[in-house]
Write a protein that binds this ligand. Structure first.
Ligand code: ZN
Ligand code: ZN
Length: 168
């Protein structure tokens, strides 16, 4: 359905505020990385379907999360698990993209490279390179998908089609 592998966002989902924080993380990760970010409230997911894991809090805050088992599976699978950045870890790329939730690549010269400047970002729909500033972030189900404005129609059509199938 989508051209790029999403990342998985995990965190406590016991209260509406927890869910709001998790959803916000997914949106921001999708924006900063230029790739799909999916957040989940149950364990009916395969962590290997995702490229990396982002969490809303440290290990202690996740201890009672109902989705903790997914974090365990990600650890066992040796996946990249990204904890939240501290306030003094916020980094801005030369292009202006601010990393509040993800860590950009910093090369040997100390130069910051965001996914956009590296060309690592991609439209979730067509797979072509994306310009983060011009990207649209589409919410579909529990995921946020960065797409070209021109690809919006395609992703919306597909999303409504899959809903029809699901209810049939
Ligand atoms: Zn940049
Ligand atoms: Zn596209």
């Amino acid at each position: 359905m989508y051209a790029t592998t999403p990342v998985l966002c995990l965190g406590p989902v016991e209260t509406p505020a927890d869910v709001k924080a998790l959803r916000a993380l997914a949106y921001n990760v999708a924006y900063e990385l230029g790739r799909p970010a999916v957040w989940v409230t149950d364990t009916d997911h395969t962590v290997m379907d995702y490229a990396a894991v982002y969490v809303t809090g440290d290990a202690t805050s996740l201890r009672d999360a109902s989705t903790l088992v997914l974090l365990g599976e990600a650890l066992v699978a040796d996946m990249d698990i990204h904890e939240p950045l501290a306030a003094d870890e916020v980094v801005t790329c030369d292009c202006g993209l601010v990393h509040r939730h993800t860590r950009p690549v910093v090369d040997a010269q100390g130069v910051v490279w965001c996914a956009n400047c590296l060309g690592d970002d991609a439209c979730s729909w067509c797979g072509e390179e994306l310009d983060t500033e011009a990207a649209e972030i589409v919410e579909s189900g529990n995921g946020f998908y960065p797409v070209h404005a021109a690809c919006l129609a395609g992703i919306r059509r597909d999303a409504s089609t899959s809903r029809l199938h699901a209810s049939a």
